[in-house]
Design a protein around this ligand. Structure first.
Ligand SMILES: [Zn+2]
Length: 322
């Protein structure tokens, strides 16, 4: 994706453009921000512009831009690992490439994705390059938290922090790619927390939609053992979806409170208005607030060391008792 086509992150893009137009950019930049926010996309857009030896526009057809899009630019080097960590061997391989001058333009760009996976030895090894980088070397890093890097690396790296997107920006990102009904999009926006990758994950996996249907089914018919089993199995196989279920429940109780205060037009689950009305009718505001607290307590439990299966059972009881 070209830098000019990227949505949102306006001040960051402005900063990147200033760096690109600078005759002597720094040697290390870290894109930091939540998982799936788009750090790799930004790093690639930045790298493409840094390496361009043409007019730096989206349609530039210089050798560097052309090969970059093909994934064969010799001046771009990405550290990829399928293991749980980035070991010192990968950084050493990169360093032996740093010794070779760029083929096309002024710079060579190295990209380390998920830099929090670098071992301490790998970070110390990288430090050697950061201490005395050849003038043409630029290292880009993506990292969830800048603080996860060693202080010695941080002091030599410019932190380019990415922020979450507004709902309007999220729409601008999602709508050209997927055709989604408006009420479902509202729900996706709410649950993706301003992180495009979360929204894409929700849309592509389809699991969130399925989980949500089962949960509403259970809220309506607590004795539906088939739905209980389905939620249980889905959560046993996909531990990362537990947050989604907690979020869905919070949204239901929040909607019930809204319903009680006649703010129907602000429901997140507007397509499930009838069920929300029904739950709101049979629960006091106090009870609904307690339920929200209970779900948050469970969230904390899952983050700490609660037995996972036990946690799921407690969660299901919470749903069935509404
Ligand atoms: Zn170019």
């Amino acid at each position: 994706m070209d830098l000019d086509k990227l949505v949102g992150q306006k001040s960051l893009i402005h900063r990147i453009k200033r760096i690109i137009n600078n005759d002597s950019p720094g040697h290390a930049y870290a894109f930091s921000g939540p998982e799936r926010i788009g750090k790799r996309t930004f790093a690639f857009a930045f790298a493409k512009k840094l390496l361009c030896c043409g007019n730096k526009t989206e349609l530039c057809d210089c050798k560097s831009c052309r090969t970059f899009l093909e994934g064969t630019n010799p001046d771009f080097y990405e550290i990829i690992t399928d293991k749980g960590s980035v070991g010192v061997d990968l950084i050493r391989d990169m360093q032996s490439d740093v010794a070779n001058r760029p083929v096309y333009g002024k710079y060579k760009v190295y990209f380390i994705d998920n830099a929090e996976k670098m071992t301490i030895q790998a970070q110390n090894c990288l430090l050697k390059t950061l201490e005395e980088p050849p003038e043409y070397t630029i290292i880009l890093i993506s990292v969830t938290s800048f603080e996860a890097l060693l202080p010695t690396i941080r002091s030599r790296t410019v932190n380019l922090r990415m922020s979450t997107y507004t709902d309007d920006e999220m729409r601008e990102i999602i709508c050209p790619v997927y055709d989604i009904p408006e009420n479902e999009l509202d729900f996706i926006l709410k649950f993706s927390r301003g992180i495009p990758g979360n929204a894409f994950h929700m849309i592509e996996e389809g699991m969130v939609r399925e989980l949500r249907e089962h949960i509403f089914r259970l809220l309506e018919r607590p004795d539906d053992l088939n739905a209980v089993e389905k939620v249980k199995n889905m959560l046993t196989d996909n531990k990362t979806e537990i947050t989604t279920v907690l979020d869905i429940l919070i949204s239901v109780f929040r909607d019930c409170l809204m319903q009680k205060h006649t703010m129907e037009n602000r429901l997140i689950n507007s397509d499930k208005k009838d069920i929300i009305k029904c739950i709101a009718k049979s629960n006091s505001s106090r009870k609904l607030m307690d339920k929200i607290k209970e779900v948050e307590r469970l969230r904390y439990g899952f983050k700490s060391n609660i037995n996972y299966q036990l946690g799921i059972d407690l969660l299901l009881l919470e749903i069935q008792e509404v």
